[in-house]
Structure formats: structure tokens, C-alpha cells
Design a protein. Structure first.
Lengths: 310, 627
């Protein structure tokens, strides 16, 4: 089968539109992150979370009212997986207080629905949460630095910077989607973000690899034309791989259960954005940084050596 | 051209065979079992088997089987309901402990050959997770007190008089009357107290020495406190009867405890974190001293004595010197006192403790000895601001509590074995015995993260996890088959082996399978086809450019190689960073992701090429490819 084998689309000619499109997405994302913020999960905020399985459907507002009239002021109430299942989160200073409040909560909830099953309650100290935020941000930073170094070593600094711009683009927009939808942002989402970074990079590298090869082979073409040819040549691979990965992720999203719902969602968003960015953003950025054929000459030797390894 | 040398083919077959072998244990199901083992030297034999069977049958449980493995009776049940019921019944066996477990039904020949199934994480089998923080302040305070004692002793011995000696936060200040005294003391202290960094100063015109504990000494104190706590908590967990528990260090001040199968966290939490211990002290026998008067007036107790209270609030004067402390206990069992029938703990002392007890009782027959129960109570909370991050947090404030639980006449001489009565309930007695047996905590612990995963949620997670893997996997296989036909089939075979290899490696490494781990496998499946897609697209391209099929295959594989390597190495970097910085779930995901990257390189490049070679390599004239 051959769906995209002979496509000759002028990607680089459309790079102005892509630039505007990306800038708009980033502006919306940052705007939302600044104004609405993120719905951080327990991992990051600290506190206590209890999942209640009601026997009948109880309005979230009714639960909120009942909690507030019983001095649970800042509790957050949201559905968890199904309409009958509700997650209640509130701030607690320590494990002892948490245990006490969960017992209180049990009384309140059973007054709404006598058959409701109240979970044990998960508690996490706020200090642990702060550390996780710090560790998570550091992880992303170090991953980006590591990648920057490797790509600079294997290609050239413009490619490296181009791929990192694409990565930051993907991360901001994915986080932005979480801010807009107010889906819970927890530790697994952070892991998903790092996987997105790895994936999007994978995509970008494949395109760049071809660009490098074509720079040396197609000597009469301008850099923009070389990028165009390369993106077109790798397009079917880019689409097919994204499709297979998304197939699997959709299975995870639909069938994997509440615990990996957010994880799968983050990856689906990230991979769609990552695929787009490896076609438009990374190449545009590298091209704008002024890459020329000459810049790639010395690196060729290293690449040639590697090709001899079976 | 499209032929692998024989050794390469053999190597591939060999690796795949090993992979299949080690992955095999995971296809067997898991049974709900209760593992019963002896607390001490009690026999695990046919008699015990019969006793267990009888007890269970008497309770109406019919469907179960029992075997003995490694000095443990394993009772297998068909339902978890029976398993839970049985655990409660078997907890009643004195001298034995019982634990819930999910045991893989790996056949004997396979487990004998070293095959083992992956352990399931808490999120897949249910259980309790604790993250405990060791209160290092307390550990350091103990050390400061010890140093204060040492310094006082040294100065006293050298007859150096001092004006004052006190710890202010983390700084020790000793003031002297003259420069001469200060010089002399400085000399001695610098040589004898190595843990402290001393400096001479003049504070408000007074000669003084200031000292701070060296960083290395602080690190040592912390490491020791953490290690002692881990070993104490580990033995408490083992005493409790939990199958396959995990007690691990995390960072420099924290301990992770994972208890699969445990559902009620309240009680075990108390036991694990308890700092309770016993102390034995002489009772003041001087009739001239009136403990009541001292309590009411707040007068100083007589020299060498301290005022204590018993359970009913009555005052007792006890010697400041202990006869024996909890550290000297090496064994403790609970039971009922034969005479009074009241709950008691029978303890055993080590040599030093036994000698001291012997010496004391020899001289004090007819006098009283008291048993002091020491623990701590929560008295409030304080807001603190972290010095580095400026983040305010709350921390519990505890106050040590000492209660006299027994005050009895010494009837005769004894040394290493004796009983302590005066305990409020049999349950309290057995808990105390467990805590005494397992040793004491070097510093109190606070629980900073607690999570309970119910067994049904665990089951749901594993079912959903596997279902999504299966569906995603089949979807990818179908897609590849339709799109690449014969080559798609080859990629699918490679993909199948890829999953087998991932599972085999995880089992061999003894890794724990968690939900994020499953997600990692799923993601790898999606991405693993990438290498094959790259190769196949390249082959197609070559053929479009007019290259003959045989050459196209070769060129496709060769040209795609450096791209595949670059792409995978960059992803690998991300996975390593995840592993280095991640905790818990993120780590699990990183492990499967990085293993997946390595195995997918092998299967997508080498295995698929070997198969392609077998199909197309032998044909002399190849006109077209099914791609």
C-alpha cells in the first residue's frame, strides 16, 4: 500500500502560516496557564484525596454544599472515572489530621447516600509535593540539555536549537491543553510529558537525518528546497508511526481505566502536536537560524563511519 | 547479499529462545494464598498442615489445598473471599504468623530452572504504601546531648572550671573565666572531641570556645539513624506477617514501605512508627521522701531521683539511673501471667543487660523495681519555614511520655529472663512485645505520604491494563499487515518477540510491574514499529528510484540504520533522565521504556532482517517485493 509515497507538498512555503498558527497556540496556552493555572494533582499540592463510590448519582454541588456546611471549606470535588464515582480533595497538614478528617468525611458522605463506599484516603505531605515539582522541572530541564548536547554532537548547533525549540513548543502546548481543559495534572502527566519530548525528538531527528543526507546529495537546491524534499520523503514514515502509536494510546485511553486516563490523553495531545512540530516547527526554526550546506561538511565523516557498523 | 552468516542466525535464535523461556512464567495465573510460617522455632510439619485444614474446614471453607515450601505452609484458595476469611482464622494460631499473597502458579520444572514471574506492584494487587520521614532533628538533639556530656566530663577531669556551657541551635558555646583556661580547654577538646569543629572567640569580653558539629559527623548521624530505622521497620514488618514487603531508603531522610495485601493501614502504621520501649529503674525506698508532697508542691526531688507517675496518676520516685533499657532487650513474647491471668510480656536480655539485672537484684531483694513505659504523644503542631526554599510547612510536635506500668517487690535474684505485667490489654501486650523484639527506632518517623489501593481496584487495574495492551497490540498488528503485507507480517513477528523480550528482561531483573510500567510497554509497542516503518519506507523509496528488489532491501536496512540509532539514542536519553529523577511510578515507566528501546532495536533490525533474509535471500531472481 502506498498512501503518501509520492507527495510533493510545499511545506516550507507554508511556513509563515505555520508560524502564525504555532504562535497563536502558544499564546493561548501561556495565557491559560497564567490566568487559569493548572489543576494540580495531589502529588504536587499535598493534602488528602478520597474516592467515594456512590450507590446513586449525587450532584457534585450537593456534595460541595454538604461539605461546606460541615467546615470543609476548600475541598475540591470532581468526578472520577464515572458519574457515581467522586474524588474529594482537601488540604491537610499531616497524616494524623488526614485520618481524622477522612472519618469526618465518611459521616458527611453517608448522610447524602447511606450506601456510599468511602475509600481509605491517600495522604501526601506538602513538602513532598514541592520536592516533586522541583524534581519534575529539573528532569525536563536535564532531558532538554542532554538532548541538546547529543544533537549538537551528531549534527550541528542549529539543528540542536531547532529541535529544542520544537520540544519547548510541544511541552507548552500540551501543558496549555491541560490548563484549558482543567484536567488533573499529576506525576504521571509529567512522565507523559517526558515521553512526548522523547517521541517528538525522535520524529524531528528522522527528518533532520534526511536533511543532512540530502544537503550532501542535492547540491543544486536551496536549503529551503532541501528541507521540503526531506520532509516529503519522510512524510509517510512520520504519519504511519504517529498513527500506530496513537492507535495504541487510544486503546489505553479508552480501556486503561481512570488511573492512566490523563497519561494517555497527554500523550495523544503531545504526539499530535509533536508530529506537527517535527514537520513545521523544527525545520522552520533551523532554516531561520541560517543553516547552509557548509555547516554540515565536517559532521559527514562521523556519520559515514557509523554507517559501516552492521 | 541478503544472507546472515550462520553464527548470526544462531545468535538470534539463541537470544529469542532465552527470551521465551524467561517470559514463560508470566503466562501462568496467580492464586490467592495464605502463607503461614513460624514466629520462632515452632515446627512447620504435617501436624501443622492438619491443624490448618481442620481449622479452615471447621469455619466452612471447603475449596483449598495446602503444601509446605521453604518452611512455610502455603494454603491456596479459589476465591479472595475465602483467602481473607482464612487469614483471619489462621491469625489465631499462636506461635505462627500468616500473610496474604498472590502467588504465580509457575510449574516446578520452570521455577527450578530459574524462571520467575514479574512481581506485581501495589497498584495491580492492592496494598498500603507509606513514605516515612525520619525526624533528624531528634537524632541530632540526642547527639548534641551526648557531646555536652562528653565535654563536661573532659573539662571536669582536667579540672578546668567553666562559666557556662550551652547549645544554642546548632552552636555549642562554653565560656571561661580566663584566657588560660580557655586555651587549655581548647587544646583538650580539639584532640578528644573529633565530631566538633571548635573555635576560640571573645564574646562580650568573655573568653569562650564555640563549636559546631562537623558536616561529616552530621551526615554519619543521619545515615546511622536512617539505617537503624530501616532495619527496625523491616523486622517489624516481617513480624507482622506481610508477604513480599518492600522497605527501602529514599534519599537521605526517607523510607518507603510497601505492604502488598494489607488493607487496614491504621494499626500497622502505629506499630511501624512506634517509639515505645521499656526501661527498668530502682524505686526510692527511703521512707523520709514523700512523693505526693513533691508532686503537689513542685519541690525538687531528692538528689539522684526523678518523679514519675503511674497509669492512675499516682507519683513514684525512681532512680535517675536505669538498670536496663530497651536497647538491651533481645527477645520478647506476650502471654498471660500464670498466677494472675493478666496480660504480660516476657522479655530476654543480652549479656550486658543480664549482668546488670543480676547485680541489681542480688543487692535489692525485698526492694521495689519499676517498669517505665516510654513513648511519645502528639501535643500540637508548629508552622515552620524551610530555610532554603522559604516554603512554610506544618510539623507535628510530640512530647515524650513516661509512665510507670509496674512497681513490684523483687522476690528473688534473676538475670536474663523475666516477666513484666501491668499491661492494659492482651492486644497491647502483643504489640509491645513485637516492638521490643524488633528493636527501637533511632529517631521518630512521620508519615508524609500514605496510599491505600483496594484489592478490587488492583484487580481492575491489571485487567484493564492487559486489555488495553492487547487491543492496542492487535490494532497495530492489523494495520501493519494491511499496509506492508509480507513485510508487515515480518514486522509483526519482530514486534511479538519484542514484547516477549521486554517481559523476559523485566522478569530476569526482578522488576515490579506497575500500571505505568504497562503503559511503558504499550508505548514501546507503538514506537517499536517505527524502526521497521523507517526501513520499509526506505526500501519502497529505493524501489521507486529503480533499484532492484534485492539491492533495495539491503539499501533500506543500511540507510535507515543511522537514523534509527540517532532517534533511539535521543529517546533513551529522555528515559535515563526519567529514571534518575523519577520516583515510584515514573521510575517504573522509565525502566520499561528504556528496556523497550533496546529490545526494539534488536528485534526491528536484526530479527526482522533475519526473517526477510530467509524469505527473499535465497531466491536467485527477485522481481517484486510484497511491501
Amino acid at each position: 500500500m502506498n498512501l503518501l509515497g509520492n507527495v510533493k507538498f510545499d511545506f516550507m512555503g507554508k511556513r509563515k502560516f505555520a508560524l502564525i498558527f504555532s504562535l497563536v497556540l502558544i499564546a493561548i496556552s501561556i495565557g491559560s496557564i497564567v490566568t487559569r493555572g493548572l489543576n494540580f494533582g495531589l502529588d504536587f499540592t499535598g493534602g488528602t484525596s478520597v474516592v467515594v463510590n456512590f450507590d446513586k448519582i449525587v450532584e457534585l454541588d450537593a456534595i460541595r454544599e454538604a461539605l461546606e456546611s460541615n467546615d470543609f471549606i476548600d475541598a475540591s470535588v470532581q468526578n472520577f472515572g464515572s458519574a457515581k464515582s467522586v474524588q474529594i480533595k482537601f488540604q491537610t497538614a499531616n497524616g494524623d489530621e488526614s485520618t481524622k478528617l477522612v472519618t469526618q468525611l465518611k459521616h458527611i458522605v453517608t448522610s447524602l447516600d447511606a450506601k456510599a463506599l468511602v475509600g481509605k484516603g491517600d495522604f501526601i505531605g506538602s513538602q513532598v509535593g514541592d520536592e516533586l515539582v522541583e524534581q519534575g522541572s529539573l528532569a525536563i530541564l536535564y532531558a532538554i540539555i542532554g538532548i541538546l548536547l547529543y544533537v549538537t554532537m551528531r549534527f550541528e548547533w542549529r539543528f540542536s536549537l531547532g529541535s529544542v525549540i520544537a520540544l519547548v513548543h510541544d511541552v507548552i502546548i500540551t501543558v496549555g491543553v491541560f490548563s484549558i481543559t482543567q484536567m488533573e495534572f499529576d506525576l504521571t502527566i509529567l512522565a507523559a510529558l517526558l515521553a512526548v519530548i522523547g517521541y517528538s525528538l525522535n520524529d524531528t531527528i528522522v527528518v533532520f537525518d534526511r536533511v543532512r543526507e540530502n544537503f550532501l546529495g542535492l547540491r543544486k537546491k536551496t536549503p529551503a528546497e532541501v528541507f521540503n524534499v526531506s520532509i516529503n520523503q519522510t512524510l509517510s514514515r512520520t504519519i504511519i508511526t504517529s498513527m500506530t502509536t496513537i492507535l495504541v494510546l487510544v486503546a489505553l485511553f479508552v480501556l486503561g481505566g481512570a488511573m492512566i486516563h490523563g497519561f494517555a490523553f497527554a500523550l495523544i495531545v503531545g504526539i499530535v502536536i509533536g508530529t506537527y512540530s517535527s514537520i513545521f516547527v523544527a525545520s522552520t526554526a533551523t532554516l531561520t537560524l541560517g543553516i547552509t550546506r557548509k555547516d554540515l561538511m565536517p559532521v559527514e565523516k562521523e556519520g559515514a563511519n557509523l554507517d559501516h557498523i552492521p | 547479499m541478503n544472507q546472515y552468516p550462520l553464527w548470526k542466525n544462531l545468535l538470534i535464535v539463541f537470544v529469542l529462545a532465552i527470551g521465551v523461556f524467561y517470559a514463560l512464567p508470566n503466562i501462568y495465573g496467580r492464586s490467592a494464598v495464605v502463607q503461614t510460617s513460624a514466629l520462632k522455632e515452632q515446627a512447620v510439619n504435617e501436624d501443622l498442615l492438619k491443624k490448618i485444614s481442620d481449622k479452615l474446614q471447621a469455619a466452612g471453607i471447603e475449596k483449598f489445598s495446602t503444601t509446605i515450601e521453604n518452611n512455610t505452609v502455603i494454603t491456596k484458595f479459589e476465591t479472595t473471599v475465602d483467602q481473607f476469611k482464612a487469614k483471619e482464622i489462621l491469625d489465631g494460631l499462636t506461635g505462627y504468623k500468616s500473610a496474604l499473597n498472590l502467588k504465580p502458579d509457575v510449574p516446578k520444572w520452570l521455577s527450578d530452572a530459574g524462571g520467575k514471574a514479574m512481581t506485581l506492584g501495589l497498584d495491580l494487587r492492592g496494598g498500603v504504601y507509606f513514605l516515612m520521614e525520619v525526624d533528624m532533628k531528634e537524632a541530632l538533639a540526642n547527639k548534641s546531648n551526648q557531646i555536652r556530656g562528653d565535654v563536661t566530663q573532659i573539662l571536669k577531669k582536667a579540672k578546668i572550671s567553666k562559666k557556662s556551657l550551652k547549645w544554642n541551635k546548632d552552636r555549642l558555646t562554653i565560656k571561661f573565666k580566663s584566657k588560660e583556661m580557655s586555651d587549655k580547654a581548647f587544646d583538650l577538646l580539639r584532640k578528644q572531641v573529633n565530631e566538633v569543629n571548635f573555635k576560640q572567640r571573645t564574646i562580650d569580653g568573655v573568653e569562650a570556645i564555640v563549636g559546631t558539629i562537623r558536616q561529616k559527623a552530621i551526615d554519619d548521624i543521619k545515615t546511622n539513624a536512617l539505617e537503624q530505622n530501616i532495619s527496625t521497620i523491616r523486622s517489624r514488618v516481617n513480624e507482622y506477617g506481610v508477604a513480599e514487603p518492600i522497605v527501602q531508603r529514599q534519599g537521605s531522610e526517607r523510607i518507603v514501605v510497601q505492604l502488598p495485601g494489607v488493607q487496614d493501614s491504621t494499626e500497622i502504621k502505629e506499630t511501624l512508627g512506634s517509639v515505645a520501649t521499656l526501661e527498668y529503674r530502682a524505686v526510692d525506698m527511703d521512707p523520709a521522701h514523700n512523693a505526693y508532697e513533691i508532686m503537689q508542691t513542685g519541690k525538687h526531688p531528692p538528689l539522684g531521683f526523678k518523679l514519675y507517675k503511674d497509669q492512675d496518676g499516682r507519683p513514684v520516685l525512681l532512680s535517675k539511673r536505669t538498670i536496663v533499657t530497651g536497647d538491651q532487650l533481645i527477645g520478647a513474647t506476650s502471654g498471660n501471667d500464670q498466677q494472675s491471668g493478666r496480660p504480660m510480656v516476657s522479655v530476654r536480655l543480652n549479656n550486658i543487660g543480664a549482668k546488670r539485672m543480676l547485680d541489681f537484684t542480688k543487692d535489692n531483694v525485698g526492694n521495689n523495681m519499676a517498669v517505665v513505659f516510654k513513648d511519645r504523644v502528639l501535643v500540637g503542631k508548629e508552622k515552620i519555614v524551610d530555610e532554603d526554599t522559604r516554603v512554610p510547612t506544618t510539623r507535628n510536635i510530640y512530647k515524650p511520655r513516661e509512665t510507670v506500668i509496674s512497681n513490684a517487690v523483687i522476690n528473688g535474684v534473676f538475670s536474663d529472663r523475666f516477666q513484666t505485667t501491668g499491661l492494659e490489654s492482651p492486644k497491647f501486650a502483643s504489640k509491645l512485645a513485637l516492638q521490643l523484639r524488633s528493636g527501637s527506632l533511632a529517631a521518630p518517623v512521620d508519615i508524609v505520604h500514605e496510599k491505600t489501593i483496594g484489592p478490587s481496584l488492583g484487580k481492575e487495574n491489571i485487567e484493564k491494563g492487559f486489555l488495553s495492551v492487547l487491543v492496542g497490540f492487535v490494532a497495530v498488528l492489523l494495520f501493519m499487515l494491511v499496509y506492508y503485507k509480507m513485510f508487515g507480517l515480518v514486522a509483526n513477528i519482530a514486534l511479538g518477540f519484542n514484547v516477549v523480550l521486554i517481559v523476559a528482561l523485566l522478569s530476569m531483573l526482578g522488576a515490579t510491574l506497575t500500571l505505568p510500567g504497562i503503559a511503558g510497554i504499550v508505548l514501546t509497542v507503538g514506537m517499536a514499529v517505527d524502526a521497521n516503518v523507517l526501513i520499509f519506507e526506505r526500501i519502497k523509496e529505493e524501489m521507486r528510484a529503480g533499484t532492484p528488489p534485492k539491492l533495495a532491501i539491503n539499501a533500506g536496512y543500511e540507510k535507515a540504520l543511522s537514523t534509527i540509532a540517532d532517534a533511539n539514542i535521543t529517546t533513551f536519553i529522555a528515559a535515563i533522565v526519567l529514571f534518575a529523577f523519577g520516583t515510584g511510578p515514573i521510575k517504573g515507566f522509565a525502566v520499561t521504556l528504556s528496556i523497550g528501546i533496546m529490545t526494539s532495536m534488536f528485534t526491528a533490525i536484526m530479527v526482522s532482517r533475519a526473517i526477510v533474509n530467509k524469505i527473499y535471500g535465497g531466491k536467485a531472481k527477485l522481481k517484486s517485493l510484497s511491501i
